[in-house]
Write a protein that binds this ligand. Sequence first.
Ligand SMILES: C[S@@+](CC[C@H](N)C(=O)[O-])C[C@H]1O[C@@H](n2cnc3c(N)ncnc32)[C@H](O)[C@@H]1O
Length: 206
Amino acid sequence: MVNEEWDKMTAPEYMQFTRKWIGGCHRALKDNGSIYISCTYHNLAEVMIVLKQLDFKINNVIVWQKINAMPNMTKRVFTHSTEFVVWAVKGKKWIFNYEELKKINPEKQKDGSVKQMRDVWSLPLVQGKERLRGNDGRALHPTQKPEEMLKRIIIASSNKGDTVLDPFLGSGTTAFVAKKLGRNWIGIERSKKYVDIATKRMGSKF
Ligand SMILES: C[S@@+](CC[C@H](N)C(=O)[O-])C[C@H]1O[C@@H](n2cnc3c(N)ncnc32)[C@H](O)[C@@H]1O
């Protein structure tokens, strides 16, 4: 949850919205396609319920361990340092590029050889050169996702020439990484400000 207009809904409104957009994705997805939904603890339950109601098969709930998570100011709960990515599929013939994932896995076996990719991804919140900033130095989007996260997702479940759709494009991370990996892409974003940022990003060099 962030303090933006699109993130202010009552619980019933959010449930209805979740059903609507995941239902739309179900219709658009190919039989061998995958859906990856980025969640926090706020909405993981709703997303999982809707996926099950739509007969999606949940393959993994990937845990993003944010190694540079913000400290908790309230001092009344454990410091939140995780987000989740739910991977679900429509049919039985989903794509999983197991060998390619082993090659890009930074974790290695004791002897230095490649290792299966696990469902816990330890990645920093976007910072440094990767973080899109305005002239005033402020971040251009409040929830810009790490490129490494999208790289793993896109490599895992698509092949070159396939099409990746992100219905909540934001600063354009999915499209940017999809293009870099030779996939076609479609982005949907309701805010003109973010469409402009993503468009500019797509025109920049990798
Ligand atoms: C969590 S952010 C996505 C961030 C993105 N992954 C990135 O790396 O920049 C969600 C985005 O969805 C957009 N959004 C929210 N509701 C929407 C809707 N109903 N249709 C299209 N876009 C929407 C918001 O403006 C916001 O930019």
